[in-house]
Ligand binder design. Structure first.
Ligand code: XIL
Length: 354
């Protein structure tokens, strides 16, 4: 296949170049552009999240196949999908995503084993003895991480553990039953037992715009390592608002990399509608979005090569974004609804360094 070397025009150039029709503009004020495939432009793996049902979309699949070298299941490797009400597990959707990755020569990234926000009823009802709960917890991690052993290159073992205000760590069923630090140490140890080779990540969000949260996140990594958790990497989700100040992403990535572990930009998108009102002129938000994509690409490229685990976009086309499902006016990704590259895509590529 020569897909990798093709320039993606997507029909957008013609529109941009030759007419003034309203549809020459992408919602969000951007004009489609020509780009080389993301994955051949970058010196590191480029990821995207996928849902099983998207694998049947005849226009999305070729876009993913040409742009992307790693996939993360968007929600079907989480407890919300895997754990059934009776406590048994189902794997149909994640298995299909794993098979898709394999068939297309892409890496698979596991997301996510333990998340405060996901507490299946089957676990809540296990309220008898602590040992029974601990066994079920270990069994879950062994079953899920073990199933993709040899294929998953990494796992978000614990997701979003740090409190938003940076004052300590979140409470959850897991922390109540197994201990605030201990449930995380156990999760990493069980994941390591399940898969000796996957890089194991602590993953969190708002690490760019909340320095106090980032400091607590970094202290947590150190505490976990000290307590024997086999952490191999840090994930920064990078769900940004388009009016984030310049410099914040660069500072965050440098800081995180100072831990010496692998770094994963794990879920990047840049919302136009979640902006904090810093930019009064809404028409400037698409330019802000492009600037942030460029800064993220440049800052990530500047990390030591051995620490650049992957850069994952939380979707390719705007219409597939979780943010757009929340607010139809949003347009947070690199490609428009029709799969045409936006200025943000060219900016991301422009920010890459060898
Ligand atoms: C989101 C998905 O995009 C949605 O489809 C799902 O319904 C909820 O989760 N942080 C995370 C991701 O770690 O798992 C979230 O993904 C987005 C925020």
């Amino acid at each position: 296949m020569t897909l990798d070397r093709r320039i993606v025009l997507g029909g957008g150039l013609a529109l941009a170049a030759c007419d003034r029709r309203a549809d020459a503009q992408i919602p969000g004020g951007q004009t489609p552009v020509a780009i080389p495939p993301l994955r051949s432009a970058a010196a590191f793996p480029v990821g995207v999240c996928v849902q099983e049902e998207q694998l049947g979309d005849p226009s999305l699949v070729p876009l993913i196949a040409s742009q992307i070298s790693q996939v993360t299941p968007e929600w079907e490797m989480k407890m919300e999908y895997i754990v059934k009400d009776d406590g048994s597990f189902r794997f149909e959707a994640p298995d299909r995503i794993a098979a898709f990755a394999k068939a297309n020569g892409m890496r698979l990234f596991g997301h996510t084993l333990i998340w405060y926000a996901q507490v299946p009823g089957a676990f809540e009802r296990l309220d008898e003895k602590r040992a029974k709960f601990a066994d079920a917890y270990r069994n879950y991690i062994l079953a899920v991480a073990g199933r993709y052993r040899g294929q998953a290159v990494g796992w978000d073992v614990v997701n979003e553990a740090v409190a938003e205000d940076g004052n300590g760590w979140r409470d959850s069923l897991w922390s109540k039953k197994l201990g605030k630090l201990r449930h995380m140490v156990l999760a990493f140890q069980h994941a390591r037992e399940a898969d000796p080779d996957a890089v194991l990540f602590l993953n969190d969000y708002n690490l760019e715009n909340l320095p106090k949260k980032r400091a607590t996140f970094m202290k947590l990594v150190e505490a976990l390592l000290k307590a024997g958790a086999p952490i191999g990497g840090v994930g920064t989700q990078t769900h940004l608002a388009a009016d984030l100040a310049p410099g914040e992403i660069t500072r965050a990535l440098k800081d995180l990399a100072s831990l010496g572990l692998a770094v994963h930009v794990s879920e990047m998108d840049v919302s136009l509608t979640r902006s904090r009102g810093v930019l009064k002129d809404r028409n400037k938000l698409p330019a802000g979005q492009s600037r942030l994509y460029a800064e993220a690409a440049e800052a990530f490229s500047s990390l030591p090569a051995a620490q650049r685990f992957a850069f994952t976009h939380w979707g390719l086309r705007d219409k597939d974004s979780w943010l757009k499902r929340e607010n139809p006016a949003d347009a947070p990704l690199l490609f428009d609804d029709a799969g045409r590259p936006k200025a943000a895509a060219a900016a991301w590529i422009g920010g890459l360094r060898a």
